[in-house]
Design a protein around this ligand. Structure first.
Ligand SMILES: [Zn+2]
Ligand SMILES: [Zn+2]
Length: 608
């Protein structure tokens, strides 16, 4: 290896993505970062002497957020400065374009907004690039030999050394306070941005600004929103990326309803067309869609429409017509209204990736070489492709926000989420290596919960999954509206136990009360193996009373109970007799089962 090994990265990534109000913010910000990485790679490979080791450039990856914020490559000479400059140049192109497109659609005074936005945007990202000279690599190789008694491959030495240099550089970032004293409305200082809270919002009268925007983009800003330069660019990133729709959390939660709309449209053509035409009048002809399922599920909710009517008197007559039509459809049972509120966020990444690419690794069981790293990148790229192929564009139950490197972030409804989560680890093993694994955090939250809060919780859940011995685990946190979060964590091999427990609740085989009674019992015991016998005995007594024989589809009741208890016992043994977690298994299962059940029309406000 005569070329210099380079590692390039930029930050912040987490902060940029997580401060999102809507799924489309989250999707667009992920896609934006991925697109910037893609541009960096495309620019690098223009030089025929450059070889990119990680990540692999995917052909036809249009619209997919599948590049991480890290690039490893070889170049003949140091190109660190060029790469960092290129990054800032691309970012500048992005924010200038987006800002121009937005401001051109408003007649408001642009100067101050532009200057202040520039202040926020130009200092936002930091880019880092490091490489190792042949001299440095040689010296580090000697040191390693003296201290670890091992002669490492030159590639491994350069990768290790460059990584160290990069880490040091990132940790030394100089503190540069942002001096932002822009004012508006005759000297008024802006408060914090309502989206990220990290910077002041742009010094403009936002109500006036929103109203001044052309009608086709006005609805991208909600009433009361006041954004900083960074968040404004995020919100309107589609001006750079091209317009792409990403469903709302409400759409994901109500994926089944959207499926039903397809059938409804086929079976009741006339009524469906009448309804579509009313929706078209409501959202405006520019936003017209061909099919009912192209419209947000929220627009089929009578309660929601009534709420909008109170806010916007101009729409009163139109909403009355729409509500009238929907009532008629629902009361004639041609369709049942969207009634689901909960959806799942799944966050997953590879276990011990640092170790896989470390100098010494028990996992890799071979020296770290350029060839190994290349293959590893290709395998990760394979994995990401497989994950993306699980999403079906004409179905709404699963949407991948990003799948880059070993990282995956997805949204799913409560029917699909476990079927998806279940595939992560096997697909990773299949693509990468049998002894590789992933862990995942899952959060079940309400569509009205703040997205950034749920994203924080899913990150916590992932961390908990990773804290399980040897990892290869998942952790599900249920956040009931207005209640405290409840988590259940286990190794992947017990996901089936959870799935079955959910279906036992769903099919009414074990009564709903079991979850509460078990929680009550468990609260009196400590985590000790001898208590497990007592708890299982109590559970057995409970199941004997509760198991609904008629729902067992011919299975012998006693055999069912024995078999189930045996599986629960082995789970308890494998999880160090954590009985609180054990009780949470039932809580989580019952919660999912309850939310999956169909709710009747009356509940959704026929009498409003
Ligand atoms: Zn360099
Ligand atoms: Zn902001």
């Amino acid at each position: 290896m005569n070329k210099l090994l380079h590692i390039f990265t930029f930050s912040p990534v987490q902060g940029f993505i997580s401060s999102s109000r809507r799924l489309s913010d989250l999707y667009h910000s992920s896609l934006l970062l991925s697109t910037i990485t893609e541009k960096i790679i495309e620019n690098l490979i223009k030089d025929s002497e450059v070889e990119v080791i990680y990540p692999i450039l995917v052909e036809g990856g249009e619209g997919l957020a599948n590049y991480p914020n890290r690039v490893v490559f070889l170049a003949k000479d140091c190109v660190c400065k060029e790469v960092v400059d290129k990054f800032h140049q691309v970012w500048k192109e992005v924010h200038q374009k987006v800002l121009r497109e937005v401001l051109d659609r408003s007649d408001i005074e642009k100067d101050v907004i532009e200057q202040q936005a520039k202040l926020h945007l130009e200092t936002y990202f930091r880019a880092y690039c490091e490489c190792s000279t042949a001299e440095e690599t040689k010296r580090w190789k000697e040191k390693l030999k003296q201290n670890l008694w091992q002669d490492f491959d030159n590639y491994a030495v350069a990768y290790d050394w460059t990584g160290r240099k990069l880490g040091t550089k990132k940790s030394q970032k100089p503190y540069e306070p942002l001096i932002d004293h822009y004012t508006y409305n005759g000297g008024k200082y802006p408060d914090g941005c309502t989206l990220c809270g990290e910077r002041a919002h742009l010094a403009v009268d936002w109500e006036k600004f929103r109203k001044s925007l052309r009608k086709d983009i006005r609805h991208y800003l909600k009433e009361g929103e006041k954004l900083c330069g960074v968040c404004l660019v995020k919100r309107f990133a589609f001006f750079y990326l091209g317009r792409r729709t990403f469903p709302s959390v409400h759409d994901i939660a109500n994926a089944e309803f959207k499926e039903k709309l397809k059938k409804f449209e086929q079976e009741h053509k006339e009524v469906a067309e009448e309804l579509r035409s009313l929706l078209e009048q409501y959202v405006g002809v520019e936003e017209s869609r061909r099919h009912l399922w192209d419209y947000n599920a929220e627009l089929f909710e009578i309660k929601e429409l009534e709420r909008i009517k109170k806010e916007d008197k101009d729409l009163e007559l139109l909403i009355d017509d729409l509500v009238g039509k929907l009532r008629w459809i629902y009361s004639h049972q041609l369709l049942s209204p969207p009634s689901k509120n909960y959806y799942a966020i799944i966050l997953s990444d590879g276990d011990s990736i640092g170790e896989w690419l470390g100098l010494k690794s028990r996992k890799r069981q071979e020296p770290l070489t350029e060839k190994f790293h290349r293959e590893f990148s290709e395998r990760l790229s394979e994995y990401a492709k497989k994950i993306i192929s699980l999403e079906k564009k004409d179905k709404f139950g699963l949407r991948i926000v990003y799948a880059g490197g070993d990282d995956v972030l997805a949204m799913a409804d409560l029917k699909e989420f476990l079927d998806f989560a279940e595939k992560l680890n096997p697909l990773f093993k299949q693509s990468v290596r049998e002894n590789a694994s992933v862990s995942a955090g899952i959060v079940i939250g309400h569509q009205k919960d703040e997205l950034s809060y749920l994203l924080r919780e899913v990150r916590k859940a992932e961390k908990r999954a990773k804290s399980i011995k040897e990892k290869s685990a998942f952790c599900i946190t249920v956040i009931p509206r207005g209640g405290a979060p409840v988590s259940f964590c286990a190794k992947w091999e017990f996901l089936n136990l959870l799935k079955d427990t959910i279906s036992y609740f769903e099919e009414d085989i074990i009564g709903d009360r079991t979850a509460y009674d078990l929680r009550h019992i468990v609260s009196k015991f400590e985590d000790k193996s001898e208590n497990v016998q007592v708890i299982l005995a109590l559970l057995k007594g409970m199941l004997k009373k509760r198991v609904n024989k008629s729902k067992l589809k011919g299975e012998n009741e006693q055999a069912f109970i024995e078999n189930y208890l045996e599986r629960l016992r082995s789970f308890l043994e494998a999880s160090d007799f954590d009985i609180k977690n054990f009780a949470n298994l039932f809580y989580v299962a019952r919660f999912v089962a309850k939310e999956r059940r169909e709710k009747s029309y009356e509940v959704v406000g026929a009498n409003t």
